[in-house]
Design a protein. Structure first.
Length: 223
């Protein structure tokens, strides 16, 4: 296992402490979350979970494979916990997500959860968001028009060709941004006609950020 995978697994293991008996849990998408799912099975924690709401078809398959019932969000009244990773995180627990093209469902599940625990390795921590290209999910017919409007924010939008989200939409990745006001940028991009969702999690940041690294794990909480 690579040092980065060890760090991801450390963060995923620390997130197990936030599980409550008989909980309905939101589960995100990505390599760090896959470690979390594996640890649920390895540490016999699956029996403690009433079920899960997943942010992607891929995660749903992994959860069912270890015996976790997967519910549609419309079938439940809310979630006590959401566990997910991030592509970037700052010290205010603002995030960039969407490298796995599941950003819209991730944002929906986060909004429905009482607590959002984000698990990352230390390479994902930054002072200023934007080194990782910012994903934006768009309606296919609006892709070119949205790209022209996104370019006015100073970055370079690129179509992630060959990728269709679980919602049937396209992804534009904005390269070259320096995001000094994540909340304002999230609001502005959400206001563009044709945008489904932007991968900035600033209006609803994580509540807890668990960072795995060479010296173990550290935990940051929202200010």
């Amino acid at each position: 296992m690579s040092p980065q995978d060890v760090a991801k697994r450390q963060a995923a293991a620390a997130a197990l402490a936030y599980l409550e008996p008989d909980a309905l849990v939101g589960v995100g998408t990505g390599s760090t979350v896959n470690h979390f799912i594996d640890l649920l099975a390895e540490r016999a924690r699956v029996s403690n979970i009433r079920g899960a709401v997943s942010s992607s078809n891929a995660t749903s398959e992994r959860l069912r494979a270890i015996g976790v019932p997967v519910f549609d969000l419309n079938e439940v009244e809310g979630l006590s916990l959401y566990v997910d990773g991030a592509d970037e995180a700052n010290d205010r627990l603002h995030l960039i997500k969407g490298g796995g093209a599941a950003l819209t469902r991730e944002k929906i599940v986060a909004a429905a959860s009482a607590r959002f625990v984000c698990i990352v390795d230390e390479s994902k921590c930054v002072d200023v968001l934007g080194k990782f290209p910012l994903p934006v999910e768009v309606i296919p017919m609006a892709r070119a028009q949205v790209a022209r409007e996104l370019a006015t924010f100073g970055g370079t939008p690129q179509w992630r060709e060959g990728i269709t989200t679980d919602n049937g939409n396209h992804i534009l990745d904005i390269h070259g941004l320096k995001i000094t006001d994540p909340v304002a940028l999230e609001n502005a991009i959400n206001g563009i006609t044709g945008v489904v969702c932007v991968g900035l999690f600033a209006r609803r940041p994580a509540d807890v950020l668990i960072v795995g690294g060479s010296s173990g794990t550290r935990v940051l909480t929202a200010r």
